[in-house]
Write a protein that binds this ligand. Sequence first.
Ligand SMILES: C[S@@+](CC[C@H](N)C(=O)[O-])C[C@H]1O[C@@H](n2cnc3c(N)ncnc32)[C@H](O)[C@@H]1O
Length: 259
Amino acid sequence: MREISGDPYVDLLLRAILNEIYLDPPLPLPFLRRKWRRAGFDVAKLRATGQDWPSVAHSMIGRARMENLRFCVETALDDGVPGDLIETGVWRGGACILMRGILRARAVTDRTVWVADSFAGLPPPDAAAYPADAGDLHHTMADLAVPLEEVQRNFALYGLLDDQVRFLKGWFRDTLPGAPIGQLAVLRLDGDMYESTTDALRALYHKVAPGGFVIVDDYHVVPGCKAAVHDHLATLPAAAQPEIREIDGTGVYWRLPAV
Ligand SMILES: C[S@@+](CC[C@H](N)C(=O)[O-])C[C@H]1O[C@@H](n2cnc3c(N)ncnc32)[C@H](O)[C@@H]1O
């Protein structure tokens, strides 16, 4: 049993988003069956590191990556890093709901949580432009398409749908370059593919404030995602190369130097 280690509201919110309370079973997807069996049909074990796609819970990123997100947001707030918070690739919205809840817990009223998604799943691969995405099947997965209205309803269920939450609906290539976002304190990337990762990095990386955080959810599980990260970092000077830190064997994060 985990002890409460911070704000009890945020602790309970995190448990609720992951549905650690009632532990719904994973979606019965063929490619998840092996993990499910290997975990001894123990949902808590799967959800600790986000190895299942929950049938009910509002996020699939699991406890370790959710705690990492909490750490990044709370540290940015503690240290006065300026800027908003964004996730690109939100599914049912859980990670963004946690970010909004942390702002609520601290009575922060001057920052926005940006919620960027097609709300219709992933784009078909454009292998000519992004060879790393050739053969990618994410666009065929209907379970990844969660309508905007459903995500908004999820925010409302927690009492966290208000004007500090702004939705960017559409493909990242269309919505992110012109989005009215100033600075970012936390940039969380969860779009799986090379294209989705590179589109977000190109449009938003330069907006991350000194001392801000970048989180890449799929770094170790989608080779195209990792390639997009390193292709982008290769465009930056040596002094801007980050120290990439591990989260749970799936995701990574880093912090920009505070100038
Ligand atoms: C793995 S899910 C995100 C999981 C989520 N972060 C959570 O907490 O459970 C990936 C999401 O990215 C979105 N997505 C991926 N590529 C996209 C793109 N290029 N443009 C818009 N949405 C995209 C999909 O619609 C899907 O909702």
